[in-house]
Write a new protein. Sequence first.
Length: 256
Amino acid sequence: MGVLDQFRLDGGAAVVTGGSRGIGKGIAIALAEAGADVVVAARRADSLAETVAEIGRLGRRVHGVACDVSRPEEVRRLADEAVAKLGKVTIWVNNAGGQPDMKVRPFVEVSHENFQAQVDLNLTSVWAGSVEAARILPPGGSLINISSSSARSNRNMTFALYGALKAALNNLTKTLAVELGPQIRVNAVAPGPVPTEALHNTLGVTAETEDEFLPMMNVPLQSWGTPADIGAAVVFMASPAARWITGECLFVTGGL
């Protein structure tokens, strides 16, 4: 197999949670472009249908599943439906995460209800997805968790809990790599600032003010990331080109 061929995912079948918009959509499309069939899971049916249609136009088998990944029973249903529709799952991407109410607040102002909501969205969902991935992925399968640059360098005080949960995700990734190896590789990809709808809503940025806001992010490459940048990293981690990589977190941050 030539070196470029090692980055192909032909014959693969992927599940992407939170895959209808933003970074998740970029991941799902990148996996499809690399040759994998895809099951896209999301809570919003409207954006889910749009993403499924877009992937279908790439000539890949695709299926959408409405799913709240903070509920383990729904993640179990997602896994079973993915196998039923695609015949197998070889790649599982735990992408869903973020601020549940699209609001950031100082740590001391986080209510117990908001604390639990953030834990459920950013960590419970990863635990539940990883349990199902361990159950259905075959030997040689790949489990990829989407982390954040906030996990290691968080200079924004309103992201304290989010950063802590992503750091926990990275620790879980390393532990799972040991527990599920050598049959399943487990890695993480940590995006830096990507101006998605979620980032716009959370930080109050608009498409018109992105250029003004960028210098405050202190990104060494002085540019925003894109969903396609994160998708390319996930394709690498899922592909045979990364066959000797497990337990690692690849930071795709523009240098943060």
